[in-house]
Ligand binder design. Structure first.
Ligand code: HEM
Length: 409
């Protein structure tokens, strides 16, 4: 049982410094916890999170669960209304759809995210990473986030989709401007920025689609167009929202896990020494980075029918918060769960979710990380933290260091 006065503030410095202490209290209570600010029940034990994530009756979209008026009212309350482009192509996406619509949209891009298709991108990623390290080589100290990590996802995902390299920085900016409005600050100013970015992004992708229609290339946009030509139904907004989701879902998460992963290695120098001796351990080390510090530690589900979880029965319409970050430290599933063990296997962490919405980008994310850490360890002999205190971003939904000054030779 949690004490009566139990309370936590995801935006506090204490929480961002160590969310895992709170997660442990939640898990140890054996119960779900009603989180009033978001009117949802938080689940923290692996078994409970997994049972909801894999239950087809637990969905992401509220459609069908509330009346049209109620849905409108909720949107107004969250200042999530009166933004036509954002509502059409950001608030609706394959991530926020369920059932047949979700399956139809997911199926269209699924193949492009699988192992062999992703391996074909290795050369492009390696060349880009080499180029970035070339530019930074010679500098004694860098901020691993601002000088390096932020440049990776925009370029890699942009190239994968079919965006010309010179436009990738602009896409990165639009993604950030759209995504910032998911956060707690829903001020009108941020709303305007998000809407403008969504509109510009929308029109950019329309033009790109037209170009690929007449001159297809070996990229995901051309593949989606070819599938459309073969009778695969996808309307214009679905096309755009799928492209935007792919760019946005992989952007902040890649930057954050690169930062956390690097920070973990630097806090445990013996792991760096071991990886230099046993480079074959890198894939399990990367999985352990995802388990230990998942960059997207929290997602929601709505119940479309009554459900029993964590010893309690909840009514249809209940919203659950799935704390993937808490489940990943559950001792009942992971031995020495609070230890960072680079050879851990098996490692069935939930950093990429589970069930119908399992992350499509998980092969791409791990491939990026492997190339980056492999190259880093080969090129740089001594890597150290340049400061003792690293602060992590506040909030429940994202996790990653705000900056990471390092020294290297
Ligand atoms: C870098 C680390 C990443 C992490 C930790 C991560 C995590 C996740 C998680 C947890 C979900 C499921 C959400 C839920 O349960 O409701 C998800 C969905 C998704 N992710 Fe990722 N992601 C990452 C990178 C990427 C990348 C690089 C891409 C694409 C380039 C991507 C594309 C997607 C898409 C399209 C979905 C929606 C899948 C669906 O609804 O069927 N992700 N991601």
């Amino acid at each position: 049982m949690l004490p009566d006065n139990f309370h936590f503030d995801p935006l506090s410095i204490e929480f961002s410094a160590d969310p895992y202490a709170i997660y442990k209290q939640l898990r140890d209570s054996g119960e779900s916890y009603y989180f009033e600010p978001q009117d949802m029940w938080l689940l923290s034990r692996y078994e409970d999170v997994s049972s909801i994530a894999t239950n087809p009756a637990m969905v992401r979209s509220l459609e069908g669960l509330a009346s049209v008026e109620e849905l409108k009212e909720r949107k107004v309350m969250a200042n999530w209304h009166d933004m036509p482009y954002h509502e059409r192509v950001v608030q609706f996406s394959l991530l926020d759809s369920d059932g047949p619509t979700h399956r139809r949209l997911r199926k269209l891009v699924f193949g492009a995210f699988q192992g062999r298709a992703i391996s074909a991108l290795e050369g492009m990623v390696q060349a880009y990473v080499d180029g970035l390290f070339d530019q930074l080589d010679g500098k004694a100290e860098i901020d691993f986030i601002a000088d390096f990590a932020v440049h990776i996802p925009g370029h890699v995902i942009g190239q994968f989709l079919g965006v010309p390299a010179e436009d990738c920085p602009q896409l990165r900016l639009w993604s950030e401007q759209v995504v910032q409005f998911f956060d707690v600050d829903r001020s009108d100013e941020k709303k305007q920025t998000a809407e403008t970015a969504a509109r510009e992004f929308y029109h950019y992708l329309l033009v790109l689609k037209e170009e690929r229609l007449t001159a297809p290339r070996d990229d995901l946009i051309s593949k989606m167009i070819a599938d459309e030509a073969q009778g695969y139904y996808l309307n214009q907004d679905e096309f755009i929202s799928t492209c935007m989701l792919i760019l946005m879902a992989g952007h902040g998460s890649t930057i954050d896990v690169l930062g956390s992963g690097m920070h973990l290695l630097l806090k445990h120098p013996e792991t760096i020494a071991r990886l230099r001796m046993e480079p074959d351990l890198l894939p399990t080390a990367i999985q352990e980075m995802f388990r230990f510090e998942p960059p997207l530690p929290f997602f929601h589900r709505h119940a479309t029918q009554d459900v029993t979880v964590a010893g309690k029965t909840f009514e249809k319409g209940t919203t659950f918060g799935l704390l993937y970050g808490a489940a990943n430290r559950d001792e009942a599933t992971f031995e020495d769960a609070d230890q960072f063990i680079i050879g851990r296997t098996p490692n069935r962490h939930l950093a990429f979710g589970q069930g119908a919405h399992l992350c499509l980008g998980n092969h791409l994310a791990r491939m990026n990380m492997k190339i980056i850490f492999e190259t880093l360890l080969k090129r740089f002999g001594a890597i150290e933290l340049a400061t003792k205190t690293i602060s992590y971003k506040p909030g429940l939904s994202v996790r990653g260091p705000s900056n990471l000054p390092i020294q290297w030779r």
